[in-house]
Design a protein. Sequence first.
Length: 324
Amino acid sequence: MTTRNGKKDALYLIAGLGLLAALLINAATAAAACRDALGVCAKLLIPSLFPFFVLSGFLNRLGLPGLLGRLLAPAAMRLFGVSGAGASALLIGLTGGYPAGAAYIGDMARQGSVSRQEAERLLAFCNNSGPAFIVGAVGVGIFGSVKYGLLLYLVHVLSALLTGLFFRGKRPCAETQPILLDSADPSLALVESVRQAVASLLNVCGFALCFSVLLAVLDGNGTLTLLCGVLAARFHFEPRFVRAMLTGLFELGSGTAAMQGLRPCPESFALAAFLLGWGGLSVHFQTLGVLSDSKLKGALHMAGRLMSAGFAGILAYLAGLVVF
């Protein structure tokens, strides 16, 4: 008798074989998408994330959570029910971009600066898109204005804070003992930070390649175009709007690129904010990758990203009614 798990495994196997067949049929398209994604990794992801991964890991090992914790503890405990050390992850997440916040939280959990329960709640609202991508790629690249990019970043920050309030801990988190500055070896901290940064970047680039190829295969065999047409006709949306939404649900960079040419209006502004808040399935898998060996689960991260995306979409739409 086939069990429920056996049926699920069979469905996964069938889906995998279907993707394999689509990949073989669209091999040239997949190869081109892989080359393009490698270019994105070389020109955007690695230059922007690697130095930040190294620096944040280095500062983490030298006791940054403890130093910031003493300053942020009162507000962090009152607002989010987390320790001051945990609240430092929000600053990292709002400045470093996906998945730097998650990498920082995973590192704190490994070092013992925060508990596992607190770290998983931090994942819900401390892993966010960075200002460089929001202002540069979305504000200027899509809406042609730094002003709109800054407004989107403000919406992104407010959404993260609102999500943090929702995931507020019922019981205060006890402060854990951070690594002290005078007890850390800077040379060993740097070596370990670089090693962890390289491992994290391999995960990030690997999933960026994977989802870029997946989208290219779906587009190459006509599945994505057909789905976009059906949804556009059903809900009376512009086909390009639906394409951007669907691709952005999988991969943030592809989704924002698909928004090129959309008319600036409250709806497109809300879509951009929603995709930035959600991050794409690629970001969720990148997050799981950088959390390896930390024993942290990603369920609250996905719930938090969905909630943050909802807040961001609503706030951006209201703001769009005013600015457009």
